[in-house]
Design a binder for this molecule. Structure first.
Ligand code: PGA
Length: 239
């Protein structure tokens, strides 16, 4: 079974760096990897190979109108975007995105035939006070409120514990396994359906193999920013 790999490029690359990145990554094809590259909005059209899908890192929930600075799901679909990352912890914390805003964004994407990568995850304080299960359940149930079971096939859940993002400290294989199983059980109980669940947070060449063993794929931030290094990581997942 193919594994999903999402490259979350965040706001990390300049135009020139993206030109180099694309020229390197476009030469690669991985049989056992569903690669989804998510650059900044302004670089999306530079990613133009059939070897991967292109995703955006954010979206606004309205379709068209007086929303200065925003970009809609309809506009993204028009330029060939097939995925959107929604609810990343950086958006929840820096831009105050709530589960209810996230729910509206998910609906906007599904209405425009765009697949959703929904990020959830507890922070350190919540983990330390044994709140992880409650936090994950609330994030899932509120973000997916009113979503039809048939749409679960268009949603990937990315489990990203906030304290492991960008820190070099991924969770252990056992921790990831038990939280992924828990997330799958919530989906099953609420929707009577399956959903792909991937892990994100300090994934690298050393831990990728162990991690993909216990989930449907990975979301990679820092280690996806250098095309050559990312290709090495992708080769490990492709094995
Ligand atoms: P990281 O980021 O791989 O740099 O930890 C992951 C993410 O934010 O999705």
């Amino acid at each position: 079974m193919s594994k999903i790999v999402v490259g979350n490029l965040k706001m990390s690359l300049t135009k020139h760096q993206v030109e180099d990145y694309v020229s390197i990554i476009n030469k690669e094809k991985f049989e056992n990897v569903d690669l989804i590259l998510c650059p900044s909005f302004i670089h999306i059209l530079m990613f133009n190979s059939k070897n991967y899908s292109v995703g955006a890192q954010n979206v606004f929930y309205e379709q068209l109108g007086p929303y200065t600075g925003e970009i809609s799901a309809m506009q993204l679909k028009e330029i060939g975007v097939n995925y959107v990352i929604i609810g990343h912890s950086e958006r929840r914390t820096i831009f105050n995105e709530t589960n209810s805003i996230i729910n509206k964004k998910i609906n906007a994407c599904l209405d425009n035939n765009i697949k959703v990568i929904l990020c959830i995850g507890e922070n350190k304080e919540q983990k330390d006070s044994n709140e992880t299960s409650n936090v994950l359940k609330k994030q899932i149930e509120e973000a997916l409120y009113g979503i039809k079971s048939s749409n679960l096939q268009n949603i990937i859940i990315a489990y990203e514990p906030v304290y492991s993002i960008g820190t070099g400290n991924a969770l252990t294989k056992d921790e990831i396994k038990s939280n992924i199983l828990y997330i799958k059980s919530i989906i099953n109980n609420n929707f009577n359906s399956d959903c792909k669940v991937i892990y994100g947070g300090s994934v690298n060449k050393e831990n990728a193999n162990d991690i993909i063993d216990v989930c449907d794929g990975i979301m990679v931030g820092k280690m996806s920013n250098d095309a050559k290094e990312f290709i090495k990581l992708l080769s490990i997942v492709n094995m």
